[in-house]
Design a binder for this molecule. Structure first.
Ligand code: NDP
Ligand code: MG
Length: 396
């Protein structure tokens, strides 16, 4: 990440990993608004071949990466005969798409730990990164940032809070930063008393008040784990201590985040809650693209409010802060346990309050390593998934 500076080449050819997801679709909408400005080198999807086929026909990538060989056959059957696209599959296919020779910038918008290896592959191949997949930095921030520094490449944040901080830091000296203030809406259960959490249903948890997102991050927002993951993401992106980062609940989601400086001055970045703003900036900064998005209408906004989060109610926020402070392998364990717990909740196997219970129990059982290699991080992730599955089996 440049020190608040914006001296960057403008990317021309993009690869979008996770093209069929909420972020991926928004990226392609922005791309579609600027024909000639951006071209697409490769697209990836895991299962949604119907949408991927449409995207391939519209954006003409030379490569499409899909989940497995069966999906590759499905995609081939959906595409017009004779279309010149190389279809690859599995993790190795995703890494091939991430490292395609003439791509300038790789947008990493797959969900979960699956983002780590392709993001690292893209960095090692010298690609600029527009990062949505926060789990990559949560799991292995130290490895990812060190490799990015070695390659001299930039990681442009797509996460709206981190995009905001990136913009607030522009033109300022890093040593003058006093605090990074990450805002969060507080999710659908901000005002619900803790003793009612046990009765939360899947439909309640998927009903986010402000943002349209994929299912995993929507549940992460309801537990506030999303904000916890974002603390760890910010720690690595901006090279600050966990203690420098503060979470501020801001239910209107207009202030996307803020930076407080040593002179008591605070710079904030504001916008309507729509990811296309942060996406467009990650694709084109320092230039600001006219994506047709209005600025907030301040006269119509009745109020902007701020309050502290309640870590006693949102245990996931507390657990993420513990993992972030400990660092080493613990954030990878937190992340893996959270992924398993969230997907189990989405499948109706566990209740909402079991999510933090599961994560805490796996974190407590983990034999922690302070300065892990990539291999040790991946082993910790695998271990935590196995333990989490066992926790779920035992609790059913
Ligand atoms: P979605 O669930 O909407 O999309 C996920 C994408 O990843 C889809 O293209 C999906 O393919 C693909 N995918 C799923 N599993 C795998 C896998 N195992 N291997 C490879 N690809 C896979 O997620 P979002 O777009 O909401 O989120 C993507 C990332 O961006 C997450 O890390 C999230 O935290 C982050 N983010 C999202 C925001 C948002 O507003 N949505 C905001 C800030 C960050 P398929 O559709 O075929 O299943
Ligand atoms: Mg965010």
């Amino acid at each position: 990440m440049p020190d608040g500076g914006f001296e960057k080449m403008i990317p021309k050819k993009l690869t979008v990993l996770g093209a069929t997801g909420s972020i991926g679709r928004n990226v392609l909408q922005v791309v579609g608004q600027f024909p000639g400005r951006f071209t697409i080198g490769a697209l990836s999807a895991q299962n949604n071949m119907a949408l991927l086929a449409k995207q391939v026909e519209q954006y003409h990538p030379s490569m499409a990466a899909v989940g497995d060989a069966r999906r590759a056959e499905e995609l081939t059957a959906l595409l017009p005969a004779g279309l010149d696209v190389d279809i690859v599959c599995g993790e190795s296919g995703l890494c091939r798409a991430a490292t395609q020779a003439d791509t300038d910038l790789v947008v990493t918008a797959v969900v979960g730990a699956a983002g780590l290896l392709p993001t690292l592959a893209a960095i090692d191949a010298g690609k600029q990164i527009a990062l949505a997949n926060k789990e990559t930095l949560v799991m292995a921030g130290q490895v990812v940032m060190a490799r990015a520094a070695t390659q001299g490449i930039d990681i442009f944040p797509i996460d709206s809070e981190h995009s905001a901080v990136f913009q607030c830091l522009a033109g300022n000296r890093r040593q003058d930063v006093a605090r990074i203030l990450l805002t969060g809406s507080g999710g659908p259960f901000r005002t619900m008393p803790a003793d009612r959490f046990a009765s939360i249903t899947l439909a309640d948890a998927l009903n986010h008040p402000n943002w349209e997102m994929g299912r995993k991050i929507t549940i992460d927002s309801a537990t506030m784990m999303n904000k916890g993951l974002e603390i760890i993401e910010a720690r690595w992106l901006f090279d600050v201590s966990i203690e420098t980062i503060e979470v501020v609940v801001h239910p209107q989601s207009i202030v996307h985040s803020m930076v407080a400086f040593t002179d008591g001055s605070v710079i904030a970045q504001l916008g309507i809650p729509d990811m296309k703003g942060a996406i467009a900036f990650a694709l084109s900064c320092p230039e600001r693209l006219n994506i047709g998005q209005p600025a907030p209408d301040f006269a119509a906004l009745a109020q902007l409010t701020f309050e502290p989060p309640d870590p006693d109610k949102f245990h996931c926020l507390r657990l993420a802060a513990v993992a972030g402070k400990a660092a080493g392998t613990l954030p990878a364990v937190l992340n893996a346990a959270n992924e398993v717990a969230v997907f189990a909740f989405l499948e109706g196997k566990i209740g909402f309050t079991s999510i933090p219970e599961l994560i805490e129990s796996i974190m407590e059982a983990h034999a922690w390593t302070a300065e892990p290699s990539l291999e040790a991080i991946i082993n910790a992730d695998t271990w935590a998934r196995q333990q989490s599955e066992r926790f779920i089996r035992d609790s059913i």
